[in-house]
Design a protein around this ligand. Sequence first.
Ligand code: CAO
Length: 263
Amino acid sequence: PVSSSPPSALSAAPSEPKSFKPLPTRPSAGERREPVRGYARLMVQSMNESLKIPHFGYADEVSMGKLDALRKELKVVGEQYGVKMSYMPMMIKAASIALTEFPVLNSSLSDDESEIIYKGDHNIGVAMDTEKGLVVPNIKGVQNLSILEIAGELNRLQAEGQGGAGIASKDLEGTTFTLSNIGAIGGTYMGPVIAKPQVAIGALGKIQTLPRFDEDGDVVAEKIMAVSWAGDHRIVDGATMARFSNRWKDMLENPGLMVATLT
Ligand code: CAO
């Protein structure tokens, strides 16, 4: 028998009809040219240089349950200081602590490739998706900053990235290591690209609730985030990257370890 009821998509239609909006751009037969300017120009220059770096990749997953609980607490603290607290400030601080133990990841190779230059400061770059395109400002001297201070700097850079004046060049210079939170938009894994003269970068996937086994072999719901690292294989080897990643992951999975290390 043929049902007289309408398909479910139609039955869910709003009672008041909406006005029809045409798509913002319609394909046309001709081509259109646009000058590559601003952040897009920086991306061209920086990525051409990146091609000279022999990359290797390394990925792992992090159980984010405890960090998620800590973030909920710090969010309330942040509000008292007028600061928005995401996961990033804690992940940036953990990276800085791990960099102290694995300084080669916060180094660069000299132009003649004869020396490794270990950087004094952890100027951690954060890839930002802005209306004007990708830009990577850095938070300077993270080794000396509290999680709250890192959050304040991140908020400032995010606001400037979205603002008309853009991010000042001093905030774009001197990056020593980068994190890219592509998971804020979506995705699980990424192949991040190192920007010279840095030697490492990490891309963070979307935090998802997934089934995993606990210590008793029972299936439990866990908050999982994948991390994808890239290293410059001329001076970073896979074992060093794995040890660094393990240390970083340990701190995110057991934030007490991070607190114990804070100066
Ligand atoms: N998984 C799930 N949720 C996430 C998440 C992740 N990995 N990262 C962020 N979120 C959540 C935040 O917790 C926040 O939730 P609440 O509103 O409930 O607090 C929300 O998403 C928005 O976060 P945010 O984007 O404002 O803040 P952030 O500090 O996490 O990230 C920034 C800041 C600048 C890194 C991010 O906005 C961004 O631009 N990411 C894109 C980076 C990018 O383009 N990389 C590609 C580079 S190569 O082309």
